[in-house]
Structures are given as structure tokens and as C-alpha cells.
Design a protein around this ligand. Structure first.
Ligand code: VG1
Ligand code: CO
Length: 546
């Protein structure tokens, strides 16, 4: 029924994966051969080739997912992949893929998602490739995929009817490939039940503690229903926007104060539940809220680290922790107190992989609403939310009180990120170059009463394999423990996005409850003058503040 067809093609010059996979507008992926070229480049980059390999395939359900799944199944078959596990209806969250690769010892996985970017015909699409440890392909691999994409001349695809992926448990043979349709949720929910004390969380929810979970119409809706409602007994009304939609209901599936506005409004209203949470398009991000209270992702990482022993999986303590460079140093304070190693890595989950594999760290996180551990090799939204619920179930305290107590004992790292989205690429690149050039003269200067003690362009040397990743962002550190970081986003698809990360620290008890933007206002002003942002891009007000 299926025949292998060899299709002649020519390279696209723009298939270089960014911070997390290849992301482009849907219309780019709809060009003839565009998706096929990239998938064949992934196959060509595999050690020993794709023949005989086992892979998992799924995505966040965004527009073009279904079409792409059919193409990739047929390409996998034509390329001799031995076994292909596919999420029912093409659904699989990023953390679920990571788990499946590890659990079934597969050679890798393909995730169709542009994560927190909007979806729909005018939105974005994306492809991520994960390797056999379950984690995002490291730079060595993504560079090889890119090189392959620049010299591709042909790809292979099986010609024949589309495959029915609507029923799980079914196995279909296409050429030499066994395609197995799997339930996207069960393996992941089972893993969560192994890590956390579900009976304690159930008791908390039975005790009158209320929660609201917002999936922003993205993939985690199906996971949330199974875990929070079916397994933990939360009422159905605890779920918001939990039906995955191809265009995410027109929203931006990014769990932050701007794009999860509905949830935020509820959490700051009179009727606010005790706990609120949300995830992004592909389910690897999380936002944690308490009643009238927002927890920054950087604080969340620190608080999970400080209280980790309360969850069964982490009862023996942590081996070490890591955070991405721009993430606030709140977790460093905890590491120091607990005598744990603490690593600083470039932005992007792929840089945590080696540290996790080598057993050097147990927990890690990023300021961009990403937290995770060695249970898989991706950041994990629902995992972080369950971790919080497990801690709250043990402590029986409110979110706000838990965080305030943490600040009282560790001090508070006030933290904000200012994004300048869709600015002209040239201006953004000039801003970075200009900063880089002025680094030597910045060091030692006193600005607005603070002396610059660090001014560099972050260069990371992986302690496990010695590989170097340079040009990972400009760091300006001051003598009062405050810091400004600049980098360009590697996930956007329109123009450039400048990210400015601003951090201040205090342990003065009377200063722990200030408004973040107020507390940091001097530094925010400095972040603009140091970078001469107005000169470079013609404006100095950010588009998103988190
Ligand atoms: C952003 C975040 C980064 C995160 C990446 C992927 O990258 O800043 O911390 O790892 O998105 O997250 P950038 O290069 O735009 O700053 V996800 O949820 O898109 O897989
Ligand atoms: Co994501």
C-alpha cells in the first residue's frame, strides 16, 4: 500500500534551530518541502542514520500539527525507522515526550510546538528534536542538523493514505515501521504519582483548599483533567481553558502576568482561590500564584529547593542546583545555606542536560517560568505545580506566607524582566555590539551610587564535556548585589526581541514587601541608559513586563 518516494529538493537557508527548536510562522512551514527538508536533516544528523531507530512523535495540538504528523510518520517509514510512538490525535506535551523517551528507552523524539508563541494559521509552528536522554538536542546536534539542512538534495517519504491516529493502543505497520498510537497522558500521570504524595495533596484539596488551573487552551488541559480532577479529586470548576484548541482560542499560551490575564484577575479578586497556576503551549512552563499573590519563577525555584525534602522523590535532599544566567540568584542563597553546588548556565534547557545526566544537580530552573528536575530532561509545568501543592499540603500554609517567610530568612531578590518585542533586528544587534564594546570602560564605574564590579559577555564552559558556548548575554553586576543582564531572544519569529533582566537584593526586614517595579526603579532607569536603548531602537518603554 505504501511506496517509498525520493523527492528532489534544495536547501532553505534559514533552518537554524534557536533557543528551543526551529520556530517559524505557520506559512513558512507550509511552503513546499520546508518541513520535509528539516525532518530529513534531523534524520541525516543521527549517528548511524535513522534506519532501525525508535522515536516518539507528538505536539501541542497547534494549527498544522495534524498535517505535520502525517508527513513525519510517512518520512520516518521511508527512512527505515523501526518503531514510532505517536500521541493520540498527535497530542503530547514536551515533558511527556521526555518521559516517554526515557521510559521506553527510545533513541529520540520529535515535538511539534512553538511553545508559548501564538498559534493558528497566522501564528507560529515549530519542531524540536530531543535525544536519547530525553532532553533537547545539545548545540553539537542542532549545529549538525543545520549543516545537513544547508546541503540537503533529497528526502524520502512513503506514499500512501493518511494514518488514523485517533485511537490509542493501535499498532499500524507501514513498510518496516511499526507505528504505535499511545495515550498521551497515562505514562506522565503515573510518573507524577511516583514523585509526589498524591494522598496528602488529595487531603489538602478535601480540606477546603481551593485551586484554579488555567491551560490557556493548550496541551496541558488533558493532563490537568486527569491529574487534578480524576486522580486528586479537585472539582471540575478548578479547570479553566482546558480544552486544547489549534489557535489557543486566539490567545498567547504564555503563563505570565500579561498573557494569563484572566487567571491573574481571578487570583487578585475577592473570590480568589487559595492557589492558581498555568502552563504554556507545550506544557513545560508554569506560573504559580497564591491568593492575591504572584510568585516569581526565580523565587519559585529557590523555594522548591529549600523545601524539596517535603516531596517523596526528593526526601533525601538534592545533589546540586542550577539556574540559567539571567535567572535571579535567589536559589544561590538556598544552595549556599544547604551547602549545595550551584551552577550558572546559558539560557535554554539544553544546557542543563549534562549536569542532570552526570548526577551533579537535581533541580534547575529559568526565570522564564521554567522549573524542572532530574525526573526527566525538560522543564515541566505540571510537575512544578504538583511540587508546590505537595509542599503546601505538608506545611498547611498560604502561598504568600510561605514566600514571605522565605524572604525573611534568605532576603529577597527583587526581579523583573523587560521585553522589547518586534524591534528592528539591526538596531537590536547594534545595541548588543555597542554594549559588548563598552564593557571594559563600564567596569569600575559608579552609576547612580552603585559601582560596577562585573561587566562581561557570558561564556559558559560545560563542566561535564568541556564544550564552550560564548556570547550568551551581557552581565553587569554591581557592588550592592544588584545586576542587569541583556540578551536577544532566540525564540521569536518577527524582528528581534531584546530582553533586559533586572535584579536587586535586600535582606532588610522593612523592605521585603515593596512593589517590584518601584524597588527596582533606579536600576530600570540604569538599564536603559547603559544600553542607550532609545538611540538604538527609538523607544525605551518595554512591550512586556514580568
Ligand atoms: C525563551 C526563554 C528561555 C526558554 C526558551 C524556551 O528563550 O527566555 O528561558 O528556555 O524560551 O522555552 P528566548 O531565547 O526567547 O529568551 V519554551 O517554553 O519556548 O520551550
Ligand atoms: Co514551552
Amino acid at each position: 500500500m505504501y511506496e517509498i518516494k525520493e523527492v528532489k529538493t534544495t536547501p532553505f537557508k534559514d533552518q537554524k534551530p534557536g533557543t528551543s527548536g526551529l520556530r517559524k510562522p505557520v506559512t513558512a512551514f507550509q511552503q513546499p518541502h520546508y518541513l520535509e527538508n528539516f525532518i530529513q536533516s534531523i534524520f541525516n544528523s543521527m549517528k548511524g542514520g535513522p534506519r532501525g531507530k525508535s522515536l516518539v512523535l507528538g505536539g501541542d495540538g497547534r494549527y498544522y500539527n495534524k498535517r505535520a504528523i502525517q508527513i513525519i510518520i510517512k518520512m520516518a517509514a521511508a527512512n527505515g525507522v523501526r518503531k514510532l510512538m505517536v500521541g493520540r490525535d498527535g497530542f503530547l506535551s514536551t515533558p511527556a515526550v521526555s518521559n516517554i523517551i526515557r521510559k521506553y528507552k527510545l533513541d529520540g523524539g520529535i515535538i511539534l510546538s512553538a511553545s508559548h508563541n501564538p498559534g493558528g494559521p497566522d501564528g507560529d509552528f515549530g519542531v524540536k528534536f530531543n535525544i536519547e536522554n530525553g532532553g533537547p538536542a545539545p548545540e553539537k546536534v542542532t549545529n549538525e542538523i543545520y549543516q545537513q539542512s544547508l546541503r540537503i538534495e533529497r528526502y524520502l517519504i512513503a506514499e500512501g493514505p493518511d494514518i488514523d491516529i485517533s485511537r490509542d493502543g493501535v499498532e499500524i505497520k507501514i513498510l518496516d515501521t511499526t507505528v504505535k498510537i499511545i495515550d498521551p497522558v497515562t505514562d506522565y500521570a503515573d510518573l507524577m504519582e511516583e514523585l509526589f504524595d498524591f494522598s496528602k495533596i488529595r487531603a489538602l484539596l478535601d480540606s477546603g483548599f481551593t485551586m484554579c488551573y488555567d491551560a490557556l487552551h493548550a496541551i496541558t488541559g488533558i493532563y490537568a483533567r486527569e491529574i487534578f480532577v480524576n486522580r486528586l479529586g479537585a472539582p471540575e470548576e478548578s479547570l479553566r481553558n482546558c480544552d486544547p484548541l489549534p489557535d489557543f482560542g486566539g490567545g498567547h499560551p504564555d503563563p505570565n502576568l500579561k498573557y494569563a490575564a484572566g487567571l491573574v484577575e481571578l487570583m487578585f479578586s475577592q473570590d480568589a482561590p487559595d492557589f492558581g497556576a498555568a502552563s504554556d503551549g507545550d506544557g513545560d512552563r508554569n506560573m504559580i500564584l497564591g491568593r492575591h499573590f504572584f510568585v516569581t519563577p526565580s523565587d519559585s525555584l529557590a523555594i522548591l529547593a529549600a523545601n524539596a525534602r517535603l516531596a517523596p522523590r526528593y526526601k533525601d535532599g538534592l545533589k546540586g542546583v542550577a539556574r540559567s544566567m539571567p535567572t535571579s540568584r535567589a536559589v544561590d542563597q538556598v544552595a549556599q545555606e544547604l551547602g549545595l553546588p550551584c551552577y550558572e548556565t546559558p539560557t535554554g534547557w539544553k544546557f542543563f542536560g549534562n549536569l542532570l545526566d552526570a548526577g551533579m544537580i537535581t533541580l534547575c530552573g529559568e526565570e522564564s517560568f521554567g522549573t524542572g528536575s532530574d525526573h526527566i530532561r525538560e522543564k515541566d509545568g505540571i510537575w512544578a505545580i504538583l511540587f508546590w501543592l505537595n509542599i503546601l499540603a505538608e506545611k498547611r500554609t498560604s502561598v504568600a506566607e510561605l514566600v514571605r517567610k522565605h524572604w525573611m530568612s534568605h532576603g529577597r531578590n527583587y526581579y523583573t524582566r523587560h521585553d522589547y518585542e518586534e524591534v528592528e533586528r539591526e538596531g537590536a544587534q547594534d545595541l548588543m555590539k555597542d554594549l559588548d564594546r563598552r564593557l571594559p570602560e563600564l567596569k569600575g564605574q559608579t552609576l547612580a551610587g552603585r559601582t560596577v564590579i562585573l561587566a562581561d559577555n557570558f561564556c559558559y564552559k560545560d563542566p561535564v564535556d568541556g564544550s564552550k558556548s560564548c556570547n550568551q548575554g551581557i552581565r553587569i553586576g554591581f557592588d550592592d548585589n544588584s545586576r542587569i543582564v541583556y540578551r536577544l531572544s532566540g525564540t521569536g519569529t518577527k524582528g528581534a526581541t531584546i530582553r533586559i533582566y533586572i535584579e536587586g537584593y535586600t535582606n532588610a526586614p522593612e523592605l521585603l514587601d515593596e512593589d517590584t517595579q518601584e524597588f527596582l526603579s533606579d536600576l530600570i532607569r540604569l538599564s536603559r541608559s547603559i544600553s542607550r536603548i532609545k538611540e538604538h531602537i527609538g523607544r525605551e518603554e518595554p512591550t512586556v513586563i514580568t
